[in-house]
Write a protein that binds this ligand. Structure first.
Ligand code: NAD
Ligand code: ZN
Length: 358
């Protein structure tokens, strides 16, 4: 048996207000006159209070990350080319935002030191050179993108991350103050990404004690936030931020499962965002995760969240086939969920019926 030896984030600072330490964290990482580039989630574009706290020095620049759509490889190339043309090289790329902004920043940092186009690196261990220094600062919690070894991108032929040892951040800044006041539905969809990571990891065949330890803690925190508390309770922010981190650590050594495999098909075809897509799918996975789905429905009811229905109602056979192809391509996810003989348990017909329910 060969055990995976995976690269993790190098430095972590955690605490309410720790964003204020960013200047001193970045100072030793500055290379001559090369700027630090801050990729800022477009939600904060006019938030002068936050922008004034970003420690700009020399020719540092804030670039507004348009996260209307989840990051595309073409958008990564556009930003990396702009930075190379303007500065030659940069000292680092700092993401301030959600999973989309963090993934975008990881990919841009990689493309600053690797030749060609971003889509050429979608896959496992294809990145050749160490990226420029990169920092992740989440402003919404759940995806675990702050700790993961990938950055999910939509390319010309697939939705797949640059999964490599060069992908994790060098530094993350976990400041619960930054996620305060995320609108209720968005908070729930992204928070449920974490909850579903935990259910899929804990129920999966790849589970080991490393994954279980993180998964159980993250699950318990999600349950506390969404079953016992108000979403906007200050303590919920603290818990969600750490649940996202621990959930990400859990799947680092295991995998996600059925909800993710199916929701990837949905988002590839329809552009459905990751968090809400997972909720749309998980809502119908009683057969695979009975206890988790039951609990999920109680959380949905408690917070009066709207989970869209009928999203596949108007689709053609060819469109169903595209979703089924994308979904069945996620072999590791199916193997984790259903075991090594998963192909005997999951096929195009079963999947088609599942997609028709969504
Ligand atoms: P997101 O980054 O797409 O942001 C969702 C919305 O929340 C956006 O409109 C954004 O502007 C807004 N927002 C962000 N911070 C806010 C704040 N403090 N207040 C109010 N609004 C705020 O959402 P997400 O769910 O965090 O990320 C989804 C992305 O993460 C997808 O692209 C998905 O593929 C990716 N993902 C990556 C990994 C990984 O391991 N790399 C894992 C899971 C998901
Ligand atoms: Zn996820």
């Amino acid at each position: 048996m060969k055990f995976r030896n995976f690269k993790m984030v190098d430095y972590v600072v955690y605490g309410r207000g720790c964003f204020n330490q960013l200047d001193e964290i970045l100072a030793p990482k500055r290379v001559q006159a090369q700027p630090m580039i801050f990729l800022l989630d477009h939600h904060f574009e006019n938030n002068e209070a936050l922008k004034s706290r970003i420690p700009l020095r020399g020719n540092d620049e804030i670039i507004i990350a348009d996260v209307t759509y989840e990051p595309k490889t073409t958008y990564v190339d556009e930003i990396a080319t702009l930075l190379k043309d303007k500065y030659g090289q940069v000292s680092g790329v700092i993401a301030i935002g959600g999973g989309s902004t963090m993934d975008l920043a990881k990919a841009v940092a990689i493309m600053m030191t690797n030749e060609g186009l971003a889509h050429e690196y979608q896959g496992y261990d294809l990145v050749k050179n160490k990226a420029v220094y990169k920092v992740g600062i989440p402003t919404i919690s759940g995806t675990g993108a702050e700790v993961s070894r990938t950055c999910v991108l939509t390319g010309p032929t697939k939705k797949l991350g640059m999964n490599s040892d060069f992908t994790p951040f060098d530094q993350i800044v976990l400041d619960p103050e930054l996620i305060k006041g995320v609108p209720k539905n968005q908070n729930f969809y992204t928070g449920m990404d974490c909850y579903i990571h935990c259910v899929e990891s804990l129920d999966g065949t790849f589970l080991n004690t490393f994954s279980q330890s993180y998964g159980e803690k993250a699950l318990a925190m999600c349950q506390d936030v969404y079953l016992n508390k108000d979403i906007w309770d200050e303590n919920s922010d603290e818990q969600l931020m750490m649940a996202s981190y621990a959930g990400g650590m859990s799947i680092a050594y295991s995998q996600v499962g059925v909800a993710h495999a199916v929701s990837y098909g949905l988002s590839y075809l329809l552009g459905t965002k990751h968090g809400i897509g997972n909720c749309i799918v998980f809502n119908h996975l009683q057969e695979y995760y009975p206890q988790g789905v039951d609990e999920f429905k109680r959380m949905v009811d408690k917070h009066a969240i709207e989970i869209p229905q009928g999203v596949c109602a108007q689709l053609s056979d060819a469109q169903f086939d595209t979703m089924i192809d994308v979904s069945l391509g996620m072999k590791l996810l199916w193997e984790n969920a259903l075991g090594t003989n998963w192909e005997q348990k999951m096929n195009r017909d079963i999947l088609r019926k599942l997609f028709e329910k969504l």
